[in-house]
Design a protein around this ligand. Structure first.
Ligand code: KIV
Ligand code: NA
Length: 275
């Protein structure tokens, strides 16, 4: 399994880091088999798996439940688990307890926290306790309400400078990597130059040291609209619906199950059944 040190070395050598989200055993297994460098159990699971319209309702129990399945599916891949909404803000103690619970119960390798400001001290506290932390700047979905929706961030030079300063503070606080979501690529370039730790972008351009995509977006699993920055590498949803429809019709027509899907009593048993 790769470690935080390997990710640092990958940045130094110019090798891009790949990350994909996973939420259960088969998605994690597929991600590991494909050779991705890191897996994120994102709180995006609230939207793509649980059907909420934001990540706000996701709980620690939800995250742990899914992360345990991911760990079983990808035993040899570095797994990062999102700390959900409001679990790393109220106090240092509550933050540490929440992160410890996630690490111990799910077997995660690291946690991810959104935002800068007061979150910086939480990053520092967690790293001091031995918990690797991934930071997350730019579009931070847990605060979409404050940001006024899911929109591109840091669109002015002033806001860009603020984000770059925040990234440097995350690094100083001990974060091993930073997710940059939905920002102009020029800002990504500056952050990636000014930080030693790798940036992992989503909607942040090719200048990031790595990329992350949501599993369901990458494979077209679901009928949800995908943002502009997503590339669908396949589109499995129509095939899934078609297969279930086919099954539905074959059952109605008595075409399924066929003899090949059925079991038979031996001849002598058949006779005594009716005898
Ligand atoms: O929850 C998530 O999937 C994320 C990624 C978009 C970075 O945080
Ligand atoms: Na997230």
């Amino acid at each position: 399994m790769k470690t935080t040190l390997d990710f640092l070395k990958m940045k130094e050598s110019g090798e891009k880091i790949t990350m994909v989200t996973a939420y259960d055993y088969p998605s994690a297994k597929a991600a590991e088999e494909a050779g991705t460098d890191m897996i994120l159990v994102g709180d995006s699971l609230g939207m793509v798996v649980l059907g909420y319209d934001s990540t706000v309702p996701v709980t620690i129990e939800d995250m742990i439940h899914h992360a345990k399945a991911v760990r079983r599916g990808a035993p040899d891949t570095f797994v990062v688990v999102d700390m959900p909404f409001m679990t790393y803000h109220l106090s240092r103690e509550e933050t540490l307890r929440a992160a410890a619970k996630i690490m111990q119960e799910s077997g995660a390798d690291a946690v991810k926290l959104e935002g800068a400001k007061d979150v910086i001290t939480m990053i520092e506290a967690l790293v001091n306790c031995g918990i690797p932390v991934m930071a997350h700047l730019g579009l931070t979905p847990q605060s979409a309400g404050v940001l006024g929706g899911f929109k591109v961030q840091a669109k002015t030079a002033e806001q860009g400078k603020q984000l770059i300063a925040d990234a440097v503070r995350c690094e100083e606080a001990g974060a091993f990597s930073i997710v940059l979501e939905c920002i102009p690529q020029q800002i990504t370039e500056s952050v990636s130059e000014q930080c030693q730790i790798p940036t992992v972008g989503i909607g942040a351009g090719v200048q990031a040291d790595g990329q992350v995509l949501v599993y369901h977006d990458l494979i077209g699993y679901g009928d949800h609209r995908v943002p502009k920055f997503v590339k669908k590498y396949t589109d499995v949803y129509p095939g899934i619906v078609a297969a279930i429809k086919n099954y539905h019709e074959e059952v109605k027509n008595k075409e399924f199950p066929a003899p090949s899907h059925s079991f038979n009593l031996k001849e002598e048993e058949r006779i005594s059944l009716y005898g």
